[in-house]
Ligand binder design. Structure first.
Ligand code: UD1
Ligand code: CA
Length: 459
């Protein structure tokens, strides 16, 4: 039976990234480069997927999980040597093998399909995917003979000055007849500028033994971009961001200024939501329909229902129910769960708290480690005092309670439903239903005392 297989090369350290993080784990729009590659491979029908790991093997495995099999390349001796590590898993398969690098995050499944189709139509033993680079520096060059037939691939460091003029580059993606691939790999040598076993040499080897070698030139160079350093990482991110933004717009989301809107690959947004410029949406964030996300908001791993308004605020690992709003300049820290129609106004910080339907927290308030019921009114400048220096304690506020401005609620504390805290109170004892608590110094007025003070007003 003819099988289709993929080998993803992801064992390199990525020296040119100058990073503690292994190259293929660097993120493009919130997702590791090698994960982008695997995601596109998964959209193409495959019998087996093998990822070659080496540097950072455990981290790469933790990122990709059991979506792929793994082969270990203990020592990085080149791309050809890397592919050979998959030999024990694949060598007996009759069929076709796609090879792609973990550092080319922009390829689409459609391009892989087109490559397979071209390869099959040409009855080739190998087909290399090429593109025309405006600046080919660093890439392997495609050397064709005078009638346009591919002869070989020359690496940048091995290329003559004449070959360096070639703009058609090796994208690092190929399909091979599986058995011919492994047979030819055993014939490669490391007699080259980098002292490595190059996968690219297989092209010339197959060619010389009389096999058909084809080259399929894709139209869009951007899609084939390889990321070897941080400059290319930023370029790839820009292209991916543009792609993501266009998809959201096509799906019915209004982006006021897509050039300054930063949406991670995993984010979902409902139709008729409006997103202003400077907005950053990260991780697993989900936003419903008809929401408004104001300029310079950042939302990380949070879920917003429909009709939610966020104005210049930071939301982390939290949820907001339908019709709720926040901001400007407020902050949901992790594990904040905001109920329907809740109003969180200016300079409000919430952490590890649930807030019930219709409750209002208008201004300058900290709510931490708390459970708030429905239709509560929290005045200006209220502090949920949750930390005694050693432990965090919880405050519970019942439905329809009123917390006057500038109050401190010292946890652990239970403020019953339908109870009232007078403004300026520091509350240490629980309130029962219908209680009113007032905990502040009584005011003293001293008649004519103004005239005894040195202060004479503003002249
Ligand atoms: C490679 C190609 C080059 C092509 C370019 C496209 C070779 C020799 N060169 O060059 O023709 O234009 O990709 O982007 O193949 N890797 C391993 N083990 C190793 C070495 C590399 O797994 O021993 C992996 C890397 O992690 C990386 C991929 O193979 O994902 C490509 O290696 P890299 O060093 O980036 O090759 P380039 O110099 O970019
Ligand atoms: Ca590369």
């Amino acid at each position: 039976m003819n099988t289709r297989n993929t080998i993803i090369l992801a064992a390199g350290k990525g020296t040119r990234m100058k990073s503690k993080l292994y190259k293929v784990l660097h993120q493009v729009c919130g997702k590791a480069m090698v994960d982008h590659v695997l995601t596109q491979v998964e959209k193409t029908q495959m019998d087996q997927i093998v990822t070659v790991v080496g540097y950072g093997a455990d981290d790469v495995k933790a990122t990709l999980g059991d979506r792929t099999a793994y082969a270990l390349q203990a020592k990085q001796m080149g791309t050809g040597h890397a592919v050979l590590q998959a030999e024990p898993l694949l060598k007996d398969e009759a069929g076709t093998t796609l090879i792609v690098s973990g550092d080319t995050p922009l390829f689409t499944a459609q391009t892989f399909e087109d490559l397979f189709a071209y390869h099959e139509a040409k009855h080739a033993a190998a087909t290399v995917l090429t593109s025309v680079a405006p600046d080919p520096t660093g890439y392997g060059r495609i050397v064709r003979n005078n009638i346009g037939i591919v002869e070989k691939i020359v690496e940048q460091k091995d290329a003559s000055s004449e070959e360096q003029e070639i703009h058609e580059i090796n994208t690092g993606v190929y399909v091979f007849d599986n058995q011919k691939l492994f047979a030819a790999l055993h014939q490669t040598s490391n007699d080259n500028a980098q002292g490595e076993y190059y996968l690219t040499d297989v092209i010339e080897i197959l060619k010389q033994q009389g096999d058909i070698v084809a080259a399929y030139q894709m139209a869009d160079f951007d899609e084939s971009m390889g990321v070897n350093d941080r400059v290319a990482l930023a370029n790839a991110t820009k292209i991916m961001r543009n792609r993501i933004n266009r998809q959201h717009m096509r799906d019915g989301v209004t982006l006021i200024d897509p050039d300054t809107t930063y949406i991670d690959a995993g984010v979902k947004i409902g139709s008729d939501t409006i997103i202003e410029g400077g907005v950053v949406l990260k991780g697993s964030t989900v936003i419903g329909e008809d929401c408004y996300i104001g300029a310079h908001s950042e939302i990380r791993n949070s879920t917003l229902a429909d009709h939610v308004t966020v104005t210049s605020s930071l939301l982390e690992d939290s949820t907001m129910a339908s019709g709720s709003d926040i901001g400007p300049n407020s902050h949901l820290r992790p594990e904040s769960h905001i109920g329907p129609k809740v109003h969180l106004g200016n300079f409000v910080e919430v952490k590890k708290a649930t807030i019930g339907e219709g409750t209002k927290v208008g201004h300058l308030t900290y709510v931490g480690n708390a459970k708030l019921g429905k239709h509560i009114n929290i005045g200006c400048g209220v502090i949920f005092v949750n930390y005694d220096g050693q432990h965090k304690h919880e405050t519970v506020v019942g439905d329809d309670a009123f917390i006057g401005s500038n109050s401190n609620l010292i946890a652990p504390l239970n403020v019953a439903d339908h109870s009232f805290v007078a403004a300026g109170s520091t509350i240490t004892d629980d309130l029962k239903q219908y209680d009113m608590a007032i905990a502040r110094q009584r005011q003293t007025n001293k008649p004519n005392y103004y005239q005894k003070l040195p202060y004479r007003g503003e002249d």
